[in-house]
Design a protein around this ligand. Structure first.
Ligand code: HAM
Length: 439
């Protein structure tokens, strides 16, 4: 026997139905925000991620050399591919580009609750728009998806932060431009590390300042209201004042979108991916338990870095299916899908051809129809019909067939009625609509 690889999941029909429920909501809500669906390959050149995603993801890649000697990787995320794709079509695409994708991704992480090595993401990105209205639109889409699943601000929180604000604060702390990316990385990881480890990382990029910076950064991470952040930004000169206005604008717009109650200003979010340049956010269960449900932000320079000449601002986010399913399950919000057939045909073996012809007609009329594939008595067929969960059994007995008729039996109420075989679709349609035999 071969087992599935660690961190990979199988989806038997009930799990697949649950997964499809997530996908259906993603698609429906993305369309209401006028995002269009696109798709891309799962296998990409390794360098795409080594250069663009940052160290953390590069360490988690599934990669190998193909038979042509190319170094390739299974996609751990979608953003670099999207950036490349848009850059290649930049001149012909109407702006802003509002695209979404639902697809499988692969990261060699330690499998644990909410984290696998293969998982699905819903990605939504808005490209070609630099202003906060684009960030607001994306955050509103994220919140709207949560709300459609039945998750409100009691269940979910979107923690909103800003890399520009962090850069201004780090500059004020005298941290050199070269040391900033590594310092931001240490801040990002500090949530999951012991203080000594963070101090050590800070020390290595900012010699002799590890402990002092750690304390100052802790204090900044503790700024958790718009007022406090704006006040501190106004101490950072003209750029700080300008950024304070962006913060205020974004929060005002989120209020207009009606999703402000789900938002929590929280500078402890920095985001691990290297390409983010502006407002960033992660969604979590309001209890604070579990890994992130979603994450995203602005990445204004990635497209230029990938294409060399095409300078398009961009922002987006991704929701993962694993943590979201766990969250819906623990809040009792995963509907139980019934994937039963509509109709079960019961017939004498001598009438098999007639049965198959009839099932063909019923299927063409849109009814899910099934019947026993091997010869069996009426008793066994009725038992199977019951087990199948079908709503109606259609019986082609000797008596009925002689008169070109069939018997339709409602398997819930037990009521039954005869009708002409030629008018069986109309009969079921009528019955279906009325919820019982018309008298
Ligand atoms: P990310 O934060 O790396 O962002 O991933 C987004 C979401 O994908 C996470 O919040 C989580 O729900 C899910 N996820 C990530 N890794 C795993 C895993 N190993 N197992 C299960 N779920 C996982 C990005 O990927 C960015 N590319 C998002 C983005 C789109 N930014 C701009 N546009």
């Amino acid at each position: 026997m071969f087992d599935t690889l660690p961190g990979f999941r199988e989806f038997p029909p009930d799990a697949c139905a649950r997964r499809n429920h997530l996908f259906r909501v993603f698609r429906t809500i993305a369309r209401t925000f006028d995002f269009q669906e696109y798709d891309v390959p799962v296998l990409e050149p390794l360098d795409l991620y080594l250069e663009k995603s940052g160290e953390e993801i590069a360490n988690q890649l599934f990669h190998f050399e193909d038979k042509g000697g190319r170094k390739v990787a299974l996609r751990p995320e979608l953003t670099p591919t999207l950036a490349r794709m848009v850059a290649a079509r930049a001149n012909s695409l109407p702006k802003p580009v509002k695209w979404f994708n639902i697809g499988e991704h692969f990261r060699y992480e330690r499998p644990q609750k909410g984290r696998g090595r293969s998982f699905y993401q819903f990605n939504a990105d808005l490209i070609g728009e630099v202003g906060i209205d684009a960030d607001a639109e994306l955050i509103a889409l994220l919140c709207s998806i949560f709300e459609t699943f039945g998750l409100g601000n009691k269940e979910v929180v979107v923690r909103l932060s800003d890399r520009v604000t962090w850069v201004l604060f780090l500059a004020k702390l005298g941290i050199s431009e070269e040391a900033r990316p590594a310092t931001l990385d240490a801040i990002d990881k500090s949530e999951r590390r012991k203080p000594e480890q963070t101090i050590e990382s800070l020390e290595s990029t900012n010699p002799d300042r590890g402990k002092e910076l750690f304390e100052k950064i802790q204090e900044i991470k503790g700024l958790n209201s718009l007022e406090e952040i704006i006040k501190r930004l106004e101490e950072c000169g003209e750029k700080g004042t300008e950024r304070a206005q962006h913060w205020q604008g974004l929060i005002d717009r989120l209020e207009a979108h009606g999703c402000e109650p789900m938002i929590k200003v929280d500078l402890s979010i920095v985001r691990g991916l290297a390409y983010y340049t502006g407002f960033v956010y992660e969604a979590f269960e309001a209890t604070g338990q579990g890994r992130a449900l979603a994450g995203g932000g602005r990445y204004d320079h990635l497209i230029k870095k990938l294409s060399g000449n095409c300078d398009l601002p961009a922002a987006g986010f991704a929701i993962g299916d694993m943590t979201l399913s766990d969250c819906l399950e623990s809040n009792n919000l995963l509907p139980r899908y019934i994937t039963a057939t509509d109709l079960f045909l019961v017939f004498e073996e001598t009438e098999r051809d007639l049965g198959v012809r009839l099932s063909n007609r019923l299927r063409k009329a849109g009814y899910s129809t099934t019947y026993s594939l091997k010869s069996s008595g009426f008793g066994k067929q009725f038992k199977d019909a019951g087990k199948s969960g079908a709503r109606y059994a259609i019986i082609l007995g000797e008596e009925e067939v002689k008169n070109a008729q069939a018997k339709v039996k409602d398997l819930r109420s037990g009521t039954e009625e005869k009708c002409k075989i030629t008018s069986i679709v109309e009969m079921i349609e009528h019955w279906d609509g009325e919820g019982g035999i018309s008298q």
